[in-house]
Design a protein around this ligand. Structure first.
Ligand SMILES: [Zn+2]
Ligand SMILES: [Zn+2]
Length: 249
């Protein structure tokens, strides 16, 4: 999880803090008003400024004791500490807020309205983080139990689906899906890639072996690798085997 603490974004101190020992779960919110997308390279300043502006609005505009949300998640998947864990949301006071932690996604009603995969991943990180601090299993949208459009149609649908982690956000996984299935007799640059990945793993059986053709020597190496990794030993290089070949640690 990419996490920025309150001090990391220069939060003002809260006017008051109400401790919350546990909660039934997490409620997901969105910013609601128009939100402008920030390029990934500007996250550290652009998203930070958005968080600071929300705190300013909540404290000076709404008169609340602090930024309302326990955590906030930007479109780049960074989890920003708001009130933090074990503290009641700063909006409105007790009542609804005492039941759930509040997590806000930095998307809005105009401009940036579509949650990115990185944002959904970050929201999931935020929910799992809060579960370590007393949040129960419920995941709801602000509109559950309150008349509001929050958290917007897309995020609400995601919440209703059980807030799943998006599938293709792991870059290795995404790359692996584009690689072809290789087997004995395959030829070409992907065989060459496999050849040198086997060499990089100190597989000794490739002396003088053609690096552009999938030979019996490669197959033996792949079987050894598959056995060591605990995956199906079939001598074929498909998604699971590519993932093992490409794994760094
Ligand atoms: Zn809300
Ligand atoms: Zn960001």
């Amino acid at each position: 999880m990419k996490f920025v603490s309150r001090s990391g974004w220069g939060a003002r101190g809260p006017k008051s803090v109400t401790r919350l020992s546990s909660a039934r779960g997490v409620k997901v919110h969105y910013v609601g008003s128009p939100v402008t997308s920030v390029p990934a390279v500007k996250c550290a300043t652009g998203c930070r400024n958005k968080i600071r502006a929300i705190q300013r609005q909540h404290m000076d505009g709404n008169g609340w004791s602090d930024i309302a949300y326990n955590l906030l998640v930007c479109e780049h998947g960074v989890v920003w500490e708001g009130r933090g864990a074990r503290v009641m949301s700063a909006a409105n006071g007790p009542g609804l807020n005492s039941g759930h932690y509040a997590v806000c996604a930095l998307i809005g009603s105009k401009g940036l309205t579509e949650p990115t995969d990185a944002l959904l991943d970050g929201l999931r990180d935020a929910i799992e983080y809060l579960r370590k601090y007393g949040a129960g299993n419920e995941i709801k949208g602000h509109r559950d139990g309150y008349s509001t459009s929050c958290p917007g149609p897309q995020l609400y649908a995601w919440v209703k689906a059980g807030a799943p982690r998006p599938k293709s956000t792991n870059p290795t996984e995404a790359m692996v899906k584009k690689l072809p299935l290789l087997k004995k007799g395959s030829k070409g640059v992907h065989v060459k890639t496999m050849h040198y990945l086997l060499l990089a793993r100190d597989y000794a059986g490739l002396d003088g072996v053609d690096d552009m053709t999938f030979t019996g020597a490669h197959e033996a190496g792949i079987r050894g690798l598959q056995k060591a990794a605990g995956i199906d030993v079939d001598g074929l290089v498909g998604n699971d085997t590519w993932a093992v070949l490409l794994r760094v640690a």
